[in-house]
Ligand binder design. Structure first.
Ligand SMILES: [Zn+2]
Length: 215
């Protein structure tokens, strides 16, 4: 009897915990989170690596940096600028890249973040920031990445400071999937692409949008 009582108390605590977490995420959901559907993303965002490479030609970072220590020089001469959380977006932990990009790329991200935030407000939804999962890579981090992911490209546009990745499978304030937020983010990305401000490739396996801002 005592065992049954303890088990009942435990289930109440667990259920309450789930409900509270989901409420804090902006809405009450039933049960576990569902996977999201990135509708037509593979068709809408299919610009190849060669097109992204062309888009990096005017980057203020002319050639790839070999190792982490080399980043300092480019921060000093302002070819690279630190990437920090902003309106509508947040920065993830980046084990295989560094949170630095060219100033023009950061301006692009700021504009995208504002557009996304406005879309949330117009839809009367609490905005959960999109997550930037990767930014600048050095030759050293590309080599490390290739060891765990043989599909990682050696000629990575992440080497030029104008490419970054946005997660489509999770959003900030909970780090879990959110179909509503994704449905708001997709038109913002399409709009930027239409204005020729960026190149975008949908990455299914990496669960991200690979984006190169035009310089
Ligand atoms: Zn990428």
């Amino acid at each position: 009897m005592r065992k049954v009582f303890i088990l009942s108390i435990l289930s109440v605590v667990i259920v309450f915990g789930f409900a509270k977490r989901n409420y804090l995420n902006g809405r009450v959901k039933s049960g576990l989170t569902k996977p999201v559907n990135c509708k037509n993303c593979d068709i809408e965002f299919n610009e190849k690596n060669s097109i992204h490479i062309l888009a990096t030609k005017n980057s203020s970072l002319h050639s790839p940096i070999k190792k982490e220590i080399g980043i300092r020089k480019y921060l000093k001469n302002k070819s690279l600028v630190p990437l920090k959380d902003g309106e509508g977006y947040t920065i993830d932990k980046m084990p295989y890249s560094y949170p630095f990009l060219t100033a023009k790329t950061i301006s692009f991200i700021e504009a995208l973040g504002m557009e996304f935030k406005t879309a949330c407000e117009l839809s009367h939804l609490r905005c959960r920031p999109f997550i930037i999962t990767s930014a600048l890579r050095t030759k050293e981090t590309v080599n490390k990445l290739q060891k765990i992911n043989p599909n990682a490209i050696k000629e990575s546009t992440h080497l030029y400071g104008c490419t970054f990745d946005i997660a489509w499978s999770r959003f900030g304030y909970g780090n879990d999937p959110d179909q509503e937020m994704l449905d708001l983010l997709i038109p913002c990305l399409k709009n930027m692409q239409k204005k020729r401000k960026c190149r975008i490739k949908f990455e299914m396996n990496q669960s991200c949008f690979h984006i190169t801002a035009l310089q």
